[in-house]
Design a protein around this ligand. Structure first.
Ligand code: ADP
Ligand code: ASP
Ligand code: MG
Length: 413
């Protein structure tokens, strides 16, 4: 007998029929003798609908009230699924995040889980009940409802699995696992049987929204066995695992991630003197804007160009800050571009394969795609390119590294 946490995303509970299908799946596992905690998202589209309602009343909605509002999406699905389980003769009980006592900090909209009280859930499990927990939410120490950021039900699932020492956390979604890249963009993308936590964390951070970043961090930290599967078809899905368990012949590249979430800003002709980087980025971070890539060019005539990227939501704010900085530093001009995309290749195998970045650049050059910025780490190479070439770049890299073939990922460029 196993203790399983099963998380079902928005599409998987997007209609009464889908909720009935989830109930059938839970029944099957329960009949096999497993104890089950189900974590559900809001029905697909619901969170966006609620955000739209809020913005139609208050352009920048109050953060506390926004969380009160958004948490209702998940409250609907826990009740409906519990009813569907009861209809199947199971004992079921719904829990909102605060009823579980998922305690978070008070950062509305991006709260972090600090503690989970497992006592009441344990007692209910011992009674044979299936527990149905609302994802994406908790409450701070004062009882204010908080939410965990978009996609946060994944994190609720993993956190509950860690707190209850579950045998596995199963993330059921609308694709049957983690693919070499988003299967909606590349038809020949291939499901991975396994991927390391490290790689999954990079993929999630670099734009693969199949798992929320924090859920992967949490699973890595607490060693939660994590699997991504389809709620529509049966299958093994993808196991997120530790380094040693992945095949010895690890390919250089395991997957390709991409996103359109960034914007690029350049300050041209700033004096090339010590302290200039902090004079530019200090005011940016004081304005609470996170910076991703940073590039400073070589000096020409005692001046240099300084480029960095920010989240596209912060673009206008960053531009205003930079205009002021440009005046203060007597820079020549400010250039900006929010029509960029970041494309990244990810793989722990890069540690032992040379020339991976070169192969990437060659594949992009063959498609005449110009690279604007590059950043690397031990297990990833990211490039910024014109947004309009994003899908072409992803497809070109997917075939250059032969990711559609089993045991692929090595480019013979
Ligand atoms: P849910 O509502 O179940 O949480 P999400 O939409 O958050 O589902 O995540 C699933 C989606 O993630 C898929 O439909 C797919 O388009 C996207 N995705 C992006 N990158 C990948 C990848 N590498 N492998 C699988 N799916 C991916
Ligand atoms: N309903 C929330 C969202 O749409 C949380 C989730 O689905 O994980 O982001
Ligand atoms: Mg999701």
């Amino acid at each position: 007998m196993a203790l399983l946490v099963q998380k079902y995303g928005g599409t998987s509970v997007g209609s009464v029929e889908r909720i009935e299908a989830v109930a059938d799946r839970v029944l099957k596992h329960k009949q096999q003798g497993d104890d089950i905690i189900v974590v559900v998202s809001a029905m697909s589209g619901e969170t966006n609908r609620l955000i739209g309602l809020a913005k139609s009343i208050q352009a920048a909605p109050d953060a506390r009230e926004m969380d009160v509002l958004l948490s209702t999406g998940e409250q609907v699905t826990i009740a409906l699924l519990s009813m569907a389980l009861m209809q199947r003769g199971l004992q079921a009980k719904s829990y909102t995040g605060s009823q579980v006592r998922i305690t978070t900090d008070s950062a509305h909209g991006k709260a972090r889980i600090q503690d989970i009280d497992t006592e009441s859930m344990r007692a209910d499990l011992d009674d044979g009940k299936v527990l149905v927990v609302a994802g994406f939410q908790g409450a701070d120490e004062l009882g204010n409802i908080t939410t965990l950021g978009r996609g946060g039900s994944d994190t609720t699932g993993v956190a509950l699995a860690a707190a209850l020492k579950a045998d596995e956390c199963q993330i059921y979604t609308d694709v049957d696992g983690v693919y070499t890249t988003d299967p909606r963009v590349v038809d020949s993308a291939r499901r991975l049987e396994k991927i390391t936590f490290e790689e999954m964390l990079e993929m999630a951070s670099l734009g693969s929204k199949v798992l929320q970043i924090r859920s992967v961090e949490f699973a890595g930290k607490y060693q939660v066995p994590l699997r991504v599967l389809s709620s529509f078809v049966e299958g093994e899905g993808t196991l997120i695992t530790t380094d040693g368990e992945v095949s010895m012949e690890q390919p250089a590249v395991s997957g390709i991630a991409f996103n359109r979430d960034e914007a690029k800003l350049t300050l041209k002709g700033v004096p090339d003197v010590p302290g200039v980087a902090s004079k530019i980025l200090g005011p940016v971070s004081d304005a609470n804007i996170e910076v991703d890539m940073i590039v400073q060019n070589v000096s020409m005539d005692g001046t240099t160009d300084f480029t960095f990227t920010v989240h596209r939501n912060d673009y206008d704010k960053a531009l205003k800050v930079l205009d002021l900085v440009a005046k203060a530093l007597k820079a020549k001009e400010v250039l900006s571009d929010d029509k960029i995309a970041k494309v990244s290749i990810v793989g722990v195998g890069m540690r032992s394969h040379a020339g991976v970045a070169t192969s990437m650049f060659k594949a992009l050059a063959e498609e005449s795609i110009n690279i604007q910025l590059i950043s690397t780490s031990e297990i990833k190479v990211s490039v910024i390119i014109d947004e309009k070439y994003m899908e072409l770049a992803v497809r070109a890299l997917h075939s250059a590294f032969k990711l559609n073939e089993p045991n692929a990922g090595v480019c013979e460029a």
